[in-house]
Ligand binder design. Structure first.
Ligand code: ADP
Ligand code: MG
Length: 322
């Protein structure tokens, strides 16, 4: 139930014609109900509010002032087809999109679309990009939580900020990305003890478990060592990313070089040279090769041009100057 303060605010807002205030208190009531486990009522309330709001035409979401600087909002434009992925992951991303679009159908049967996703894998393999393409495919805003700013010396403060972010998810549907979220626990290289890091991480995962919003929550990490495997069950999907296979290296290079690729491109040595590089590093090498070619007033990237750029990436990775 709404608190006494909320009821008073609602009545005052109504008589003073303050639609903004009426709206925001109504959302607080819905969020409160969701927290008490009344997911059905919370959902109904949000639906009433959403319907009424739509009649007023689209409006920009106004973030609570405390969250400014903590959440970055954008509307990505990269489609899923731009990603080079193993079939198993692509299929699962399609399923997330499909269930999201059909969520009302699922709700009729008391089922919830998959919306809590954990992405694990080495840097540069497409975890952040996945959040971007899901937002694009679902036509949602991407809200990236600035995890490093969330962390404070005091566990209590971090918890309060997390609460605000999870309240926001109830109010404004979108994709919410906790990128490299293991940092929520604090930096292990400082004198934080491992027990404290685990406690903060656990608090975060509990927020995820309790969340009943319609938003898509994505948590990404390069560093699964800190996570207890038992936590994985709190997510609807756990996707493991990895460096590209030989076939994927080829697809990635073809995608990025696109019309710049020279005819009779010789693949064998190129693919071997990419061994150990991430998608991001190969993407970078391709763009470097294109730049070099453009600056030479040529039109095509030959295998030898790309090879130079790849060796630069390999050397950067091992800390050599080439
Ligand atoms: N699987 C992929 N397919 C195509 N491009 C990729 C892929 N992974 C990474 N990239 C390229 O590398 C860039 C950085 O990747 P990113 O998603 O930030 O990696 P991560 O978050 O896993 O560290 C992307 O913007 C994209 O240009
Ligand atoms: Mg990333």
């Amino acid at each position: 139930m709404a608190t006494a303060e909320q009821l008073k605010s609602l009545i005052r807002a109504h008589f003073s014609d303050d639609a903004e205030r009426f709206y925001s208190v109504s959302l607080q009531v819905a969020a409160g109900e969701a927290r008490q486990g009344h997911a059905g009522l919370a959902h109904d309330l949000r639906e009433i509010i959403d319907t009424e709001r739509k009649k007023d035409g689209p409006r920009l979401l106004s973030f609570p002032r405390d969250l400014k600087g903590l959440v970055l909002t954008e509307e990505p434009s990269t489609p899923l087809s731009a990603m080079v992925l193993p079939t198993a992951i692509r299929t699962r991303l399609h399923r997330i999109v499909h269930e999201y679009r059909q969520q009302n159908k699922l709700k009729q049967y008391g089922l919830v679309h998959r919306r809590k996703i954990l992405l694990i894998g080495p840097p540069g393999t497409g975890k952040t990009m996945t959040a971007e393409v899901l937002a694009k495919e679902l036509d949602l805003t991407l809200n990236t939580i600035q995890v490093d700013r969330l962390v404070t010396k005091f566990m209590g403060e971090t918890g309060a900020k997390l609460r605000q972010i999870f309240d926001l998810m109830q109010q404004a549907h979108g994709v919410y990305l906790f990128d490299e979220f293991d940092a929520i626990g604090g930096d292990r290289s400082h004198d934080n003890d491992v027990g404290e890091i685990r406690r903060v991480l656990n608090a975060f995962l509990q927020f995820i478990e309790q969340d009943t919003s319609d938003s898509l929550i994505i948590a990404a990490t390069n560093n699964p060592g800190l996570l207890d495997h038992a936590l994985f069950r709190r997510f609807d999907d756990v996707l493991h990313y990895d460096r590209p296979s030989i076939d994927q290296v080829k697809s990635l290079i073809e995608n990025v070089l696109s019309t710049f690729i020279a005819p009779r491109f010789i693949w064998k040595r190129i693919v071997q040279a990419c061994d150990g590089l991430s998608h991001a590093e190969i993407d970078h090498a391709c763009r470097d090769a294109i730049k070099t070619v453009i600056l030479k007033d040529a039109k095509q990237v030959r295998a030898s041009d790309l090879m130079t750029a790849i060796m630069d990436r390999q050397n950067a990775r091992s800390g050599r100057n080439g």
